[in-house]
Design a protein around this ligand. Structure first.
Ligand code: A3P
Length: 332
């Protein structure tokens, strides 16, 4: 048989295997418990103890089976609405800083969300999701549901979390913007109830945070645990820590040339939210999303403008209870 014919047969065979697999995955997903309270495009489904959209579950199931981690991989992970956009921009800038200058950086023309593949989105489209020459892969997937090869290999994981009170307020505003306009909007009180019950995107939020926190305590050289509030307070220190951790430390010369500050400025909320691409651009993520939905206020403590004292108290109690004994706290 001709070599090209053989290659095409193999590829057809692979297509058939994947399409059979997709059917099986579809059956699995359709049997999962669902939650439609957020009134998003699709209801959330409960897969392996966490809530996500069915198209994310599909990608995660494929990724768990097919993804083979490389020691050079860097997983950029986060609890939703905790600073994912910021962490993606920073890690991308750190890792590619010798490749681009201040006018050619892709972040000037592209949302940080399209600058790296996403573990929970990309597998439904292709099985080899790596971007050539880029070691970064993003995800909100809980630690427990990452592929075994990611946990077992020497690859690095960086994770950002945020005070759940601010993460909730941010999520509420995000859902208000991305929900289909024909669906009745969810009220703050309804959203809060779902959040407290653990029924939120990639939640329960406490499980998402604790999975990575515990992994970072057990394996501090594998998992770097960052907090949005700490990053805000001392961005320079944390950006240097991040660069060092992922294996791209700043040299003394780079520091003297102001490279750290350049990256911080370029990735700052003020700079990024004012770029044309982030003000008016649209990205094809799982669905079409306006890039501006990822930039709202970028402040610590905005929950005080939205939560009643009773709501704040209830969330405080949940956080305290769930994190008890873990060593992790969110100090007001
Ligand atoms: P707010 O809604 O509180 O403003 P994620 O990126 O995980 O989706 O989180 C979105 C939150 O991070 C939003 O918070 C958004 O404004 C904020 N954010 C986005 N880019 C940021 C940046 N470069 N620096 C700091 N915060 C940023």
């Amino acid at each position: 048989m001709e070599k090209t014919q053989l290659a095409s047969n193999i590829s057809n065979y692979e297509d058939q295997v994947v399409s059979l697999e997709m059917e099986r995955i579809g059956d699995t997903i359709s049997s999962l418990p669902t939650e439609d309270g957020w009134r998003t495009l699709k209801p959330l489904c409960l897969y392996q103890g966490f809530w996500c959209f069915p198209y994310y579950a599909e990608s995660i199931i494929l990724g768990q089976k097919y993804y083979k981690a490389e020691p050079s991989d860097i997983f950029v992970c986060s609890a939703p609405k905790s600073g994912t956009t910021w962490l993606k921009a920073l890690t991308f800038s750190i890792v590619t800083r010798t490749r681009f200058n201040s006018s050619s950086n892709p972040l000037l023309f592209q949302s940080p969300h399209t600058c790296m593949p996403s573990f929970h989105r990309s597998f439904s489209k292709k099985l080899d999701i790596r971007e050539p020459g880029l070691p970064l892969i993003a995800s909100h997937t809980p630690y427990a549901s990452l592929p075994k090869s990611v946990k077992d290999s020497d690859c690095k994981i960086v994770y950002i979390c945020r005070d759940p009170r601010d993460a909730f307020v941010s999520l509420f505003h995000y859902i208000a913007k991305v929900r289909p306009k024909e669906n009745e909007p969810i009220s703050l009180e309804e959203a809060f109830e779902l959040y407290c019950e653990g029924k939120s995107l990639f939640g329960p939020f406490w499980d998402n945070i604790l999975g990575y926190w515990r992994a970072s305590v057990e394996r501090p050289r594998k998992v770097l645990f960052l907090k949005y509030e700490d990053m805000m307070k001392d961005t320079t220190l944390n950006v240097k820590k991040l660069a060092e951790f992922v294996g791209y430390p700043f040299s003394l010369e780079e520091e003297q040339q102001g490279m750290v500050q350049k990256i911080i400025e370029m990735c700052s909320f003020e700079f990024m939210s004012n770029l044309e691409v982030n003000k008016n651009g649209i990205s094809r993520l799982a669905t079409n999303v306006e890039n501006n939905v990822f930039f709202r206020k970028g402040k610590v403590g905005d929950w005080k403008n939205h939560l009643t004292p009773e709501m704040a108290n209830r969330l405080d109690n949940i956080i305290e209870q769930k994190l008890i004994g873990s060593g992790l706290t969110f100090n007001p």
